[in-house]
Write a new protein. Structure first.
Length: 207
């Protein structure tokens, strides 16, 4: 017999028969434990052995059946076939009746579908109108948002200008206070100078 991957078909067949005699489960792993070799090769030979065993079993069964039993089986098959045909004929008749009823229901359904399509068309027109209204409203909303943003920006500019003006006013107030203080200091210096001049004049007069 052929030998591939280090193991032959005969070795695999003997291993299978040995496992079968020992009433053990025949698997590729259990065969490999006996024969060794490649798992793929063992699997291929195992399948050949199983097919051969099935063919032998069918041949044995056919040999065991007598002509009388075969005839009885054929007669029973013929009777079953006739019975099945009768049942099938009744089922076909019932199916045809059901098909007729289904066709009527289908015709009604098609009419209802046509009516529904007409309603859908009308609703589609309404949806289109509402959609256009939505587009117009959305456009107006965007314009209002643009105006709002412009107003906010103007308000922010005004607020900035106000803050700048307030800062300038504070700076001017501080500058005015400084000038006032400088003026008062100058007045005090002038007054002191006037006193000194008056004193000098008095001294000249006495002299």
């Amino acid at each position: 017999m052929a030998k591939t991957g280090g193991v032959s078909y005969d070795q695999v067949a003997q291993a299978c028969q040995s496992l079968l005699d020992e009433k053990q489960k025949i698997t590729v792993r259990s065969i490999l434990s006996i024969t060794g070799g490649s798992p793929n090769t063992v699997l291929e030979f195992y399948r050949q052995w199983r097919q051969q065993q099935d063919d032998i079993s069918m041949a044995d069964i056919e040999e065991d059946l007598s002509l009388q039993i075969r005839q009885a089986i054929l007669a029973e098959c013929a009777r079953k076939t006739t019975s099945i045909k009768e049942v099938f004929t009744r089922k076909v008749t019932d199916a045809e009746q059901q098909l007729t009823e289904v066709k009527k229901l289908l015709a009604n359904f098609e009419q209802q579908l046509e009516d529904a399509n007409s309603k859908i068309t009308e609703q589609g027109k309404e949806v289109a109108v509402n959609h256009q209204r939505f587009i117009d409203s959305d456009q107006r909303l965007k314009e209002m948002e643009a105006l709002y943003r412009t107003a906010i920006m103007a308000q922010e500019r005004t607020q900035t200008e106000k803050e700048v003006a307030e800062k300038q006013a504070v700076d001017l107030q501080n500058r005015l206070l400084e000038l006032t203080q400088e003026f008062k200091a100058l007045q005090a210096s002038k007054h002191q100078a006037d006193l000194e001049i008056a004193t000098l004049k008095a001294q000249q007069v006495r002299s």
